[in-house]
Design a binder for this molecule. Structure first.
Ligand code: ADP
Ligand code: 5GP
Length: 206
């Protein structure tokens, strides 16, 4: 299905810096709506329901799966996460660009239904830095750290099928790269042409 708005999908291993980059590009990239996911995991200190995630019970999540209320959903690190379908679809239909921050399993599901979406993968400069950042973030206990690091290698092996790879070493440069990817994607001929058909129509034969 073709939509007027563009869908951007951001993935990467836990600790790569996806949320940090998303926050950093808010002021640089206008008119990009972030889709708040549903999750069955418990809120971390400082996370706000409805802003970081919609925190829901397992029963509520499964009811939404059954009602086909998710555009995609997956089990990640032992919890369930999903993108509520309705608002994303209506935003895209109304010409509003949407950003999803989802794992590789979810991104694959989106790729099947919306192959024209722009897929961006955030990589850490190396595994040692990923470990250091996860530890410094201080949100995971030892078992949470192990689950995330074990999974990181498998997730990063998915990076080659994404459209763009952003290496998050220097935060300022990586933020600018992410913003540049989004801006450039908005200028693709396929995205702009529908708005300028009158201008680019060949002149009539004389
Ligand atoms: P993700 O959303 O991918 O799980 P976060 O955005 O939570 O990752 O980042 C993990 C940790 O690394 C956070 O504490 C964040 O402040 C830090 N961080 C992110 N990017 C950088 C960077 N380029 N340099 C140093 N620290 C960073
Ligand atoms: P965290 O619990 O650290 O916030 O997120 C864990 C992982 O779940 C991250 O890789 C994040 O991108 C992913 N995630 C967050 N929301 C969704 C979602 O709606 N769908 C899918 N498939 N993954 C999600």
């Amino acid at each position: 299905m073709e939509y007027r708005g563009q869908l951007f999908v951001l993935s990467g291993p836990s600790g790569a810096g996806k949320s940090t980059l998303r926050e950093r590009i808010r002021k640089r990239v206008s008119e990009l709506w972030y889709s708040v996911s549903c999750t069955t995991r418990a809120p971390r200190a400082g996370e706000i329901d409805g802003e970081d995630y919609s925190f829901v019970s397992m029963d509520a999540f499964l009811a939404m799966v059954k009602a086909r209320g998710f555009l995609e959903w997956a089990q990640v690190h032992g919890h369930y996460y999903g993108t509520p379908r309705e608002q994303v679809v209506s935003s895209l239909e109304n010409g509003r660009d949407v950003l999803l921050e989802i794992d590789v399993q979810g991104a694959r599901q989106v790729k099947i239904h919306l192959p024209q979406a722009c897929f961006i993968f955030v990589l850490p400069p190396d595994v040692a830095t990923l470990k250091k950042r996860l530890r410094r973030r201080g949100t995971e206990d030892d078992s949470g750290m192990k689950i995330r690091l074990d999974r990181a290698t498998r997730e990063m092996a998915e990076a080659p099928w994404y459209d763009y790879l952003v290496i998050n070493d220097d935060l300022e440069r990586a933020s600018e790269e992410l913003a540049a990817v989004i801006r450039a994607n908005r200028c693709r001929a396929a995205a702009v042409l529908p708005r300028v058909l009158d201008l680019v129509r060949p002149p009539p034969l004389s």
